[in-house]
Design a protein around this ligand. Structure first.
Ligand SMILES: Cc1ncc(COP(=O)(O)O)c(C=O)c1O
Length: 281
């Protein structure tokens, strides 16, 4: 909060908070941040891309979810990704505004074009209606009960995963997450653990600053026995890395290298080269 307050200048038009953030699954203090914005008469956006279709249901299920939406008077816009826990395909997403005044800024209008009066509700022109229809179908097919059921399973599985990680001596969980669980190690190379888990077909996301990884619990993980298998494999991974600290290969050296290069532009250039390679036929 103090850092955000300090960063606000005369030119600041908006504060953005996450509910939750992708890396550590932590919900920002949205109430306090949005009040800060309201007092300064600037906008506040809640990025609920990841949590928009989880938090409201988790709240109804009795989990302790802090307010993050338009119930807070300072929140002026929100985003929620339908293609994540809304269970729609990619290609649609949702942005919500507190009122039409703000929404007007996203409209595109051309009044002098010889092709007629052109107007579009977004910057993008032609967009596929089929994706929106499929998204709507996904939302109504899931329905209130479907979402409640899915979130119940996800939260219960996440609790099992958190408990399992907490039992492993060399690991620690960052913050107090709900279902996006980031963990690191003060004694072992967490990226080696990530590489070992990859061999076991667990695709963990590598994070940095500080070095850690996360598992984002999804409906797929809620099938019987999966959380238990994850924890068993994680125990095996930790045991292996403990005994083989010079384990080679995988992503560990890449993360290790990236963290030692102080000039971030060079790291950016490397990523650009990587994308170039993807385009090479
Ligand atoms: C917290 C959060 N915000 C926004 C996004 C949207 O990212 P994209 O640029 O892929 O739509 C994501 C995607 O993972 C996210 O997790």
């Amino acid at each position: 909060m103090a850092a955000t307050e300090k960063a606000i200048t005369r030119k600041t038009i908006i504060i953005v908070g996450s509910a939750p953030s992708f890396p550590h699954g932590v919900v920002d203090p949205i109430k306090e941040l949005s009040e800060l914005a309201r007092k300064r008469n600037i906008g506040f956006h809640t990025d609920a891309c990841l949590g928009g279709f989880i938090l409201p249901w988790a709240e109804r299920l009795g989990y302790d979810i802090p307010p993050f939406d338009f119930r807070l008077p300072g929140v002026t816009s929100m985003s929620a990704d339908t293609h994540k826990y809304g269970y729609a395909s990619k290609g649609t997403s949702v942005i919500l505004y507190r009122g039409p005044e703000l929404r007007h800024y996203q409209y595109f209008k051309s009044t002098d074009w010889p092709g007629g009066l052109y107007f579009s509700s977004t910057l993008a022109g032609s967009r596929p209606g089929a994706l929106s229809a499929a998204c709507w179908a996904a939302l109504v097919a899931m329905g209130k009960n479907g979402y409640m059921e899915a979130v119940k399973k996800i939260m219960e599985t996440a609790t099992k995963v958190k408990e399992g990680i907490r039992q492993i001596q060399d690991l620690y969980i960052l913050g107090d997450p709900l279902w996006v669980i980031a963990f690191g190690s003060e004694t072992l190379n967490i990226y080696q653990i990530m590489d070992f888990m990859a061999e076991k077909k667990w695709s963990l996301n590598g994070l940095h600053k500080p070095p850690c990884v996360h598992i984002c619990v999804t409906l797929r993980h809620t099938q019987p026995g999966i959380a238990e298998r994850f924890i068993a494999d994680l125990n095996t991974a930790v045991e292996y890395v403990r005994k083989n600290p010079d384990m080679k290969g995988g992503m560990a050296p890449v993360y290790g290298l990236a963290s030692t290069i102080p000039v971030r532009r060079i790291v950016g250039d490397l990523l650009e080269k990587y994308i170039d390679l993807l385009y090479k036929v």
